[in-house]
Design a protein around this ligand. Structure first.
Ligand SMILES: Nc1nc2c(ncn2[C@@H]2O[C@H](COP(=O)(O)OP(=O)(O)OP(=O)(O)O)[C@@H](O)[C@H]2O)c(=O)[nH]1
Ligand SMILES: [Mg+2]
Ligand SMILES: [Zn+2]
Ligand SMILES: [Zn+2]
Length: 369
């Protein structure tokens, strides 16, 4: 039987164990009962119930699209200030009406549920695209657990395949607070959701690598950087503790590691660098392009950061790939203003497209390299 992972408390439940609630007309209005007690679509008291399913563990309502499609959870993690929120905020925009939308004909992205819509509008869209301001620091999970941002993505398949309706891929992003990754006690909270994730996106800020800071100078927003290598080791450690994977085996969750803010390093990348060419993902994921970027970024990480990083990733994860991107396309003027030319992301969608290809939601093109 299909199981559902609650996107709020990350516990897993069989479909029949999800709760429903008695409806308006029932004397027990609001009372919860497991879905398997439904009889001819009615509650144990014989009345039509409320239509939404509820998590038996935390009691929050689960959206129908989420339950029906078996939502995919994607965790976005990284040290403080690495660009996680900006990446999520611009990504949703790009899939809705930006360049990615143009390159995938017939694709649509819809934020699911009032909470996701309100939060996206307030915390991401308005600052970035209405006021032209950088985003606020994300609040720590000790203050509020990371709230999911839920959306459904629909792709149109070619007519030749005869598929008229395509099931949506429901994706849930958790934008965590970087400060939590460093602190052990918060990590325990984060780990339950990392464990539930079907894909992990780890963002690395090149400016938090001392060698890069020597190259370009500093203009970071906050000081006191966490050790990014520590983040990866900790991540592997914690996932191993929890997962059913034997200790000597690598973890199966696909990991995308992306260097952010590449706009700050325009002169560092040579003219031939694949990171200076626009990506070739049109209507699918171009694996050749992806591998070119992967190798280039691996080389930069060895040089800028630490060869131990790649080894650590390779020893921990079965499937991983490196990416390089810029969410903003240009450095902000200061803490209150983005560059006057607006937001022009660069290779921003690549890690997401790679994951979607792994989920078989889009096709993989084995292009020549
Ligand atoms: N130059 C440049 N700066 C960026 C880019 N993306 C984010 N930034 C800046 O980097 C800083 C951190 O961005 P956030 O998106 O808030 O980072 P975060 O990882 O969510 O940070 P926490 O919530 O504290 O964990 C902000 O000042 C952003 O404006 C980018 O693509 N290029
Ligand atoms: Mg943030
Ligand atoms: Zn009832
Ligand atoms: Zn729950």
């Amino acid at each position: 039987m299909a199981t559902t992972k609650c996107p709020y408390c990350w516990t897993s439940h069989k479909r029949g164990e999800l709760h429903m609630r008695c409806g308006e007309r029932c004397a027990h209005k609001g009372e919860a009962f497991p879905e398997r007690q439904l009889r001819d679509g009615r509650c144990p008291h014989g009345v039509l119930p409320q239509s939404r399913r509820v998590c038996p563990h935390c009691g929050r309502e689960l959206l129908r699209e989420y339950v029906d499609s078996g939502g995919r959870n994607i965790a976005v993690i990284g040290s403080a200030d690495s660009g996680k929120s900006t990446w999520v905020g611009v990504l949703v925009h790009e899939f809705q009406r930006g360049q990615v939308n143009e390159r995938f004909t017939g694709m649509s992205l819809d934020l699911l549920g009032e909470e996701s819509r309100v939060r996206y509008e307030r915390d991401f869209n308005t600052p970035l695209f209405v006021h032209g301001r950088p985003l606020q620091q994300t609040r720590s999970a000790s203050v509020s657990t990371p709230e999911p941002l839920m959306f459904s993505l629909r792709f149109r398949r070619s007519r030749r395949l005869g598929a008229t309706r395509v099931a949506p891929v429901v994706t849930v992003f958790y934008d965590t607070a970087g400060e939590d990754v460093a602190r052990a006690q918060q990590m325990d909270l984060l780990i339950s959701y990392l464990d539930a994730a079907e894909g992990i996106i780890l963002l690395l800020d090149p400016l938090q690598m001392p060698k890069v800071r020597d190259l370009v100078g500093t203009n970071g927003r906050r000081s006191g950087y966490t050790d990014q290598l520590h983040v990866v080791n900790r991540l592997g450690e914690l996932l191993r503790e929890r997962s059913s994977t034997p200790v000597d085996r690598r973890l199966p969750t696909p990991l995308a590691v992306a260097l952010t803010k590449l706009d700050l390093l325009p002169d560092t990348l040579g003219p031939e660098s694949p990171l200076r060419q626009p990506s070739r993902h049109v209507g699918g994921y171009d694996d050749g392009d992806g591998l070119d970027v992967h190798e280039e970024v691996r080389a930069w990480l060895n040089q800028w950061f630490d060869p131990a990083f790649d080894r650590s990733i390779a020893n921990t994860f079965e499937v991983y790939r490196y990416f390089g991107l810029s969410a903003l396309g240009a450095p902000p003027i200061d803490g209150n203003r983005l560059a006057p030319e607006g937001v022009h992301p660069y290779r921003l969608e690549d890690p997401m497209l790679w994951l979607l290809a792994r989920f078989r939601a889009i096709k993989t093109m084995k292009g020549k390299r």
